[in-house]
Design a protein around this ligand. Structure first.
Ligand code: FRU
Length: 494
């Protein structure tokens, strides 16, 4: 028995159609997904289904702030351009009256199954439990009348029902497993697994992994997959402690590389690390592409930050990262820009073999609101190589490589509107340690109206949002000791 769509869902869809034209376009993204109007956070239910990638997302259409969660919905055939679809889920049942929180999608016999967390207050205690909605066409969803399918009964003493969310359902050896975030009574993160043979009836299987006190007070949005011969668990820890250059945001993302013992349901972790060294990257989720590759997308924002589009009354907030292709190399998860984006590039400027010294080299009009930059620089004779992007008289986004320290830095302090957050200091500078490859620094930079993603030497990524006060397109290079730009090309992303 399935429950049909309701008035609450209808109301959301009517509101979006009526109001979407009123969104202020000033900071709207061009090729990164954002909702037609309103607030978004985590990507949900990311899946390739019947010829399209479907992306669902945590959604509150009525305000540019978080509110009772719906699941927004869009689809794409190339992961660059998105088509909005009607809202898929609204908080319209007693068991999800407090919101339809994050979750995942899986296909079975041509039907699309969404698993999400329903929030409900029972006897004054907030309960988070896992619910199911099913669709024949991938657009209209009916909630299962037996919801919730995983609740207090299945969780037992293995976690806290108040903090029990974000189910990711996967298949392993013909059985379904649901990986869910919860926490221990000592306030450490804990990922638990449930098992099912039919997606409707679930039983507790194991504690997959437990966090330490340093690793945050809760782990959100887990995702488990097998890649390049390793098992990978990614998740988003809240308040994980800083460790060197890692984990400086109030909430972070972490990849654990190791092996799952499917007999015991426990994971042995060989290495773990932060996934993105920028300021705005959270709750990533993955899916497989039709060729079996692993693709990831994340919310390109951070909790508890100032949000100019909200403060300015622009009626929207939040967007998604560029989808990224994943591989495991030397026990680290590495990310490449989604390969389909390259067929949307229209090349504009190109230069090669330019010496940069303490006399600056400037490229005028190099980066538009929707652009790509590829740069290869030989830093054999350099001490510090600096790139100032979006440079006006007063502002710029500064990227620096220090060859002695082997540290790359992204600095948005002097770019646009001031941004602050729950962190002790305004978090506008981040660094990552990264070696040169044969003395070379290789950058791929994706710039949209209000975001930048910097892929460094094919190994690390830094993602940041910004809100320019004045539009600027120049790029300036500067070097202490000589740097040699071997390749410089810019393109616009169409
Ligand atoms: C992560 C998160 C999830 C939760 C959702 C609520 O950003 O806190 O754990 O399901 O957002 O919107």
């Amino acid at each position: 028995m399935l429950v049909e769509e309701t008035a609450i869902l209808d109301k959301a869809n009517r509101f979006i159609e009526m109001m979407r034209g009123k969104v202020n376009p000033q900071y709207r993204q061009n090729y990164h997904f954002s909702a037609p109007i309103g607030w978004i956070n985590d990507p949900n239910g990311f899946i390739y289904y019947k010829g399209h990638y479907h992306l669902f997302y945590q959604y509150y259409p009525y305000d540019s702030r978080w509110g009772p969660m719906h699941w927004g919905h869009a689809r794409s055939s190339d992961l660059v351009h998105w088509e909005d679809l009607p809202v898929a889920l609204a908080p319209d049942q007693p068991y999800d009256s407090g919101g339809c929180f994050s979750g995942s999608a899986i296909e079975r016999d041509g039907k699309l199954y969404l698993f999400y967390t329903g929030c409900q207050e029972i006897d004054g205690i907030s309960h988070q439990h896992q619910c199911l909605a099913v669709s024949e066409d991938g657009i209209h969803f009916s909630k299962y009348s037996g919801n919730p399918v995983v609740a207090e009964k299945q969780l037992g003493e293995n976690g806290l029902i108040q903090e029990f969310r974000d189910p990711k359902v996967i298949v392993h050896n013909d059985a379904y497993y649901m990986v869910v975030a919860t926490k221990s009574t000592q306030s450490t993160g804990r990922i638990v697994m449930f098992q099912s043979s039919d997606l409707y009836t679930w039983h507790f299987y194991s504690v997959l992994l437990e966090g330490t006190l340093e690793q945050g007070i809760m782990w959100e949005c887990p995702d488990l997959f097998h890649l390049d011969g390793r098992d990978v668990l990614i998740m988003s820890p809240i308040q994980i402690k800083k460790n060197g250059l890692e984990y400086h945001n109030i909430s972070s993302t972490m990849a654990c590389i190791g092996e799952v013992d499917w007999e015991t349901g426990q994971m042995i972790v060989d290495n773990f690390h932060e996934m993105d060294f920028g300021m705005d990257f959270y709750a990533p989720q993955t899916t497989t592409d039709p060729n079996g590759g692993r693709v990831m997308i994340a919310w390109m924002q951070m909790w508890d930050r100032t949000l100019p589009t909200h403060e300015l009354g622009h009626l929207w907030a939040g967007s998604m990262s560029l989808p990224r292709e994943l591989r495991v190399k030397k026990n680290r998860l590495v990310q490449k820009p989604i390969s389909t984006v390259y067929s949307h590039l229209v090349y504009q400027q190109g230069s090669e073999n330019i010496a940069v010294t303490d006399t600056s080299v400037v490229f005028r009009n190099a980066l538009s609101d929707s652009s790509y930059l590829h740069l290869v620089a030989d830093l054999e004779k350099a001490e510090v190589f600096t790139i100032e992007l979006l440079r006006s008289k007063t502002d710029c986004l500064k990227l620096t490589y220090d060859t002695a320290k082997q540290v790359f830095e992204l600095d948005r302090q002097k770019l646009g509107r001031e941004l602050t957050g729950a962190e002790e200091d305004p978090l506008n500078v981040r660094k990552v340690e990264i070696p040169l490859i044969d003395n070379q620094l290789v950058l791929e930079i994706f710039r949209d109206t209000s975001s930048v993603e910097v892929f460094i030497n094919g190994l690390e990524v830094m993602t940041a949002t910004f809100y320019e006060l004045e539009k600027a397109r120049d790029i300036l290079f500067h070097s202490i000791g000589e740097s040699r730009i071997q390749a410089f090309e810019t393109a616009s992303v169409k």
